[in-house]
Design a binder for this molecule. Structure first.
Ligand code: CU
Length: 129
């Protein structure tokens, strides 16, 4: 009886160890974390980040873009360019405190517009070089 318990405990350790080893083989620890540069645009009354700043990007190097609505009214953020020079974005309506994750990804150098479709004064440029 006692030997059986010892055997069960020993087998459990072996089984858990084997599963742990197999798990590490299947899912090796990730290498260096990838640092992704990002931008936070906060929609407030009349402007993104108060000044509708230019966003600089290098062609074919994506940048994380988070749009956060900290206003009391609905906003969105649109990038719409038919030339194919930049990845288009449409956050759909963002209500207060909602956010949207996107990427700025320019394919060709140039200047592209971002804007809020509700408020024409909320517009800035993405400059891809
Ligand atoms: Cu707006």
């Amino acid at each position: 009886m006692r030997n059986n318990i010892i055997a069960i405990v020993a087998f459990s350790f072996v089984a858990v160890g084997a599963l742990w080893g197999i798990g590490n083989l299947i899912n090796p620890a990730p290498a260096e974390p990838i640092n992704v540069e990002g931008i936070l645009l906060i929609a407030g009354s009349g402007a993104f980040n108060e000044t509708n700043p230019d966003i600089e990007a290098k062609a074919n190097v994506p940048k994380k873009l988070v749009i956060l609505n900290k206003d009391v009214v609905t906003h969105d953020l649109i990038i719409h360019d038919d030339s194919g020079g930049i990845l288009n974005i449409n956050t759909a309506p963002l209500r207060p405190e909602q956010h949207f994750n996107a990427a700025v990804l320019g394919y060709h150098s140039g200047s592209y517009e971002y804007y809020c479709s509700y408020h024409p004064e909320m517009r800035g440029r993405i400059v891809v070089s």
